[in-house]
Design a protein around this ligand. Structure first.
Ligand code: NAD
Length: 329
């Protein structure tokens, strides 16, 4: 089993599939750990992979088989939503631990198939819902403990992200699946499962085929109601996060902020988002080197747990098309 080998080895051998924006972020954090080294990377754009390897270590190799031959213990899968599946399946079958970036795929069947393969192979998996590792989320969980949540408002109000595939819903899955899944994942962690959703779209932005704005309604199993809104119509990122209302209390959570109030006064704290992002990479590495214990609720989810958030996001995206309420789990 690969895990025993990793535990006894000084450095964990890391690979990358996809060497774009988020891969670069992970590579910078991996470089700060003295028990990990990047050994091999691949990208459809081989020059990009070569530049990445030059900057962060390892070598650019042609395909997943070569990545496995390079003796990787763990691989970050940092491809766009439409490109998930082949790499995860081959790597899991080879006993390699996986860090998979969200969203898990464009749809539920593909993500489910990957999850099943990971479970059958018994490899460690974690998914990039790193907000779960952030201090504001821990704070919100403590503040909400023992209280009845009544209402949740989630939002991702932003510009069009600077990647070529994003405005094409057939490649990105649309903003509910591609971006709002972070917020939906937190809503699940802090409030519980969602049973039913309904969502509408304001149509595509200029020159694109995805939704310029969406608004969804959520019915939580605990009795709370919620909304989630996305837009890419702005010039920059205005806000992404959640507001949760319980009796006599409102908690606002973002990747870098926690607000708590009662409607009259509000206390606000800011946090450095790099701390949770680095902690997430450390947590993955510890899981790869560890004893196979399941992830903690406020740590990175494994693939099977992240699939529940993906299913919820996909139910909202489906409702945009069907224009009827959809079951969310
Ligand atoms: N967790 C987070 O906070 C976070 C932040 C940013 C991006 N992401 C997610 O990470 C994913 C990638 O985003 P990005 O900004 O890095 O995109 P990107 O376009 O910058 O990089 C993706 C790279 O994958 C490569 N690629 C595509 N298909 C491939 C394949 N089959 N095999 C190998 N390489 C392939 C592309 O050539 C490209 O270099 C997206 O799903 C995005 O939502 C997550």
């Amino acid at each position: 089993m690969a895990e025993n080998g990793v535990r006894s080895r000084v450095k964990c051998r890391i690979g990358f599939v996809g060497t774009g924006g988020v891969a670069t972020r992970h590579a910078r954090f991996v470089a700060t750990f003295d028990d990990a080294e990047i050994v091999a990377v691949i990208d459809l754009d081989h020059d990009r992979a070569a530049t990445f390897a030059h900057a962060h270590g390892g070598r650019a190799v042609p395909d997943v088989a070569a990545l496995i031959d390079a003796g990787v213990d763990a691989v970050y899968v940092c491809v766009p939503p439409y490109a998930h599946g082949e790499a995860e399946r081959a790597l899991a079958d080879a006993g390699v631990a996986l860090f998979v970036e969200k969203p898990l795929a464009l749809d539920v069947p593909t993500a489910q198939q990957i999850s099943d393969r990971i479970a059958a192979a018994g490899v460690v998996s974690r998914v990039g819902h790193h907000w779960r590792c952030a201090e504001p989320v821990r704070g919100a969980r403590d503040l909400l403990a023992g209280r009845t949540v009544r209402q949740v408002s989630g939002y991702w109000l932003d510009k069009v992200p600077p990647v070529p595939w994003w405005t094409d819903r057939a490649r990105s899955g649309g903003p509910l699946v591609e971006q709002a899944v972070h917020v939906l994942d937190l809503a699940r962690v802090l409030v519980g499962e969602v049973d039913e959703v309904y969502a509408l779209s304001a149509g595509p932005p200029q020159g694109g085929t995805t939704d310029v704005a969406t608004s969804g309604v959520l019915r939580f199993a605990c009795g709370a109601v919620g909304t989630v809104s996305t837009t890419c119509a702005l010039a920059g990122k205005l806000r992404a996060g959640l507001e949760i209302v319980a009796d006599g209390l409102v908690v606002g959570i973002g990747e870098d902020r926690l607000h708590v109030g009662d409607g009259i006064s509000t206390r606000r704290r800011r946090f450095d988002p790099a701390i949770a992002r680095r902690a997430a990479d450390r947590e993955f590495l510890d899981a790869v080197r560890g004893d196979g214990s399941p992830p903690a609720p406020l740590g990175l989810p494994d693939h099977a747990e992240a699939l529940r958030s993906h299913r919820l996001a996909c139910a909202l995206a489906t409702s945009v098309g069907t224009r009827v309420p959809e079951e969310a789990r």
